[in-house]
Design a protein. Structure first.
Length: 200
C-alpha cells in the first residue's frame, strides 16, 4: 500500500513537471539507499539519464514561464508527462520490497496504467488552466503559477518518497485545486461567450 501511495504521489508530481520526480528518484537511487532500482529500471540513475533529464528540466523551467510558449510546451508535454508518470509509478512500486510479493508485481502494467491516468489528469488540469491564467493576468501570472507548480511537484515528490501516507492528503488538496481551476475555466469561457452572463 505504501509503495502504491509513493507511485501515486510521484506520478501526480510528473503531471506538473515530468522531470522533477524523475531526477529526484534517479539522484536518490544513485546516492542513497532509500531506493534501489530493480533490473529493467537501473538505467534511470545512469549518468546519461541524469544528464538528459537535467537538460530537459532546465528547458521546461524556462519555457513554462513564457506566456503563449507555455501553451505550446504543454501541448508537447501531453505525451511526455503521462508517460513519465507511468514509468515512475512502475519503477517505484517495482523497487519496493513490499510489492515483491504483491499483485502489482504479477501485473506490472497496472502500475504503468495508473501512473499514466494520474499524471494525465493532473496535466490536463494544468494545461486547461494556463491559457485562462495568461489571459486573465495579461501573461504576468505565467511565471508565478509555473514556479508554484515546480515547487508543488518537488514537494509532492519528496512527500511521496519520505512520508507516503501524507500523499493521500496531498492528492486530496491537488484534486480540490484542479476542480476549482476547472470550474474557473468553465466560468471564464462562459463569460467570454456571453458577456451578460453573471455567475451565481
Amino acid at each position: 500500500m505504501l509503495a502504491a501511495l509513493t507511485g501515486m504521489g510521484l506520478s501526480a508530481a510528473a503531471g506538473l513537471n515530468a522531470y522533477i520526480p524523475f531526477l529526484v528518484v534517479a539522484l536518490v537511487s544513485r546516492f542513497t539507499d532509500l531506493i534501489t532500482l530493480p533490473a529493467g529500471y537501473e538505467w534511470i540513475d545512469s549518468n546519461w539519464a541524469i544528464g538528459i533529464g537535467s537538460a530537459l528540466l532546465l528547458a521546461e523551467i524556462v519555457l513554462d514561464k513564457i506566456p503563449a510558449v507555455d501553451t505550446i510546451n504543454d501541448t508537447i508535454q501531453t505525451f511526455i508527462r503521462p508517460s513519465m508518470g507511468g514509468l515512475i509509478f512502475a519503477a517505484s512500486t517495482a523497487a519496493s520490497e513490499v510489492d515483491n510479493s504483491a499483485w502489482m508485481q504479477d501485473n506490472p502494467w497496472v502500475s504503468v496504467v495508473l501512473g499514466v491516468i494520474i499524471s494525465g489528469l493532473v496535466h490536463t488540469g494544468k494545461m486547461a488552466s494556463r491559457p485562462v491564467i495568461n489571459a486573465g493576468t495579461a501573461g504576468v501570472g505565467a511565471p508565478v503559477v509555473s514556479t508554484a507548480e515546480d515547487v508543488g511537484s518537488l514537494g509532492l515528490t519528496l512527500i511521496a518518497l519520505i512520508a507516503p501516507v501524507l500523499v493521500i492528503i496531498a492528492l486530496a488538496l491537488l484534486a480540490w485545486l484542479l476542480i476549482w481551476m476547472w470550474l474557473r475555466v468553465r466560468r471564464w469561457r462562459r463569460t467570454r461567450r456571453d458577456p451578460a452572463y453573471q455567475p451565481g
